[in-house]
Design a protein around this ligand. Sequence first.
Ligand code: CA2
Length: 151
Amino acid sequence: MKTVLILNGPNLNLLGTREPQVYGSQTLADVQALCERSCAANGFALDFRQSNHEGELVDALHEAGRLQAKGKLAGVILNAGAYTHTSVALHDAIKGTGVTLIELHISNVHARESFRHHSYISPVAQAVMCGFGVNGYALAVAGLAGMQAAT
Ligand code: CA2
């Protein structure tokens, strides 16, 4: 059974505590439980992580690239949070490892402030999911399963 790495960036540990009109009222623990169900339904194991530190996210992407090369990882679903809009380091890590990656945002970033319209992740992602609320995580897992079936 292949693993899916679901990686969450800065401040996503605060999910469910503020801004429910933007991000909903579910906590990150609720999202993890949703992802557990979605991975089980699609025949994947789940590795679910959150970090507020850019370098830790880079290290996790490197590890993911190694695991995918060994056939143990289906891919990564990355909500890079605000680093989406700033991080050349994450862009380079995704490009450098060649890992299969779905960019995910809970909110529709294109309907928000203009500084959220640019992503350093999108050009190196296989797919982009945004605006479905936290249910986007489950949809992205199903999308990754579809990509696997097509290969
Ligand atoms: O919509 C998304 O998932 C974002 O990646 C969330 C980021 C934001 O910077 C991106 O532009 C879009 C912010 C995550 C912070 O989440 C919080 C949730 C509740 C309370 C405070 C922050």
